[in-house]
Design a protein around this ligand. Structure first.
Ligand SMILES: Cc1cc2nc3c(=O)[nH]c(=O)nc-3n(C[C@H](O)[C@H](O)[C@H](O)COP(=O)(O)O)c2cc1C
Length: 168
């Protein structure tokens, strides 16, 4: 069964990460939210959402366009993983907030979440993308601005981590 990877990107970083994930995991169908109808999600039981944070904790602009529609989707019975992009030094008070906001919307609509990621190795003040115990992010945390040398390793490890749940 194929997996939908829905991403939005302004300067291309999230698009690059989406490509990398699609080269590692099998059966990924890539969709840029800027030109993909949200109704595509109806065809998938397994979904990865990739979203960067912009403008002090805001959702990336293409995600903003479809936000209301995504909020109306029923994710009951679906398995969802998240990838967030941000800048932990430049925007330490809002690190990856958009991933947390999207996570909350999708959880409220019944999704089963996979792919939490440990906070070790990151430096930031606050983030809306943390689990309740604050020991993990709700999805893969990527920082192309400050730690791009760690990206390949992080993406590979996370893909391995979620593969079991995705292909079960
Ligand atoms: C004007 C501006 C505002 C930003 N605001 C945030 C922010 O609030 N939180 C955060 O974690 N990253 C923030 N970032 C960093 C971006 O999320 C990061 O550069 C990301 O890789 C961009 O992804 P994209 O190329 O897919 O759009 C900001 C970057 C810029 C240039």
């Amino acid at each position: 069964m194929s997996i939908a990877l829905f991403y939005g990107t302004t300067t291309g970083n999230t698009g690059d990460i989406a490509e990398k994930v699609s080269e590692i995991l099998e059966d990924i169908d890539l969709f840029d939210v800027a030109d993909s109808p949200v109704s595509i999600l109806d065809n998938y039981q397994k979904i990865i959402f990739a979203i960067p944070t912009w403008d002090y904790g805001e959702i990336q602009e293409d995600w903003q366009e479809i936000w209301d529609e995504v909020s109306e989707c029923d994710f009951t019975g679906k398995t969802v993983a998240f990838i967030g992009l941000g800048d932990q030094y430049g925007y330490a008070e809002w690190f990856l907030d958009a991933m947390g906001l999207l996570h909350d919307v999708v959880v409220a609509k019944g999704a089963t979440i996979i792919g939490h990621w440990p906070v070790e190795g990151y430096e930031f003040d606050e983030s809306k993308a943390l689990t309740a115990d604050k020991k993990s992010f709700v999805g893969l945390a990527i920082d192309e601005d400050c730690q791009n040398e760690l990206t390949d390793e992080r993406v590979s490890a996370w893909c391995l981590q979620i593969a079991e749940d995705l292909y079960a």
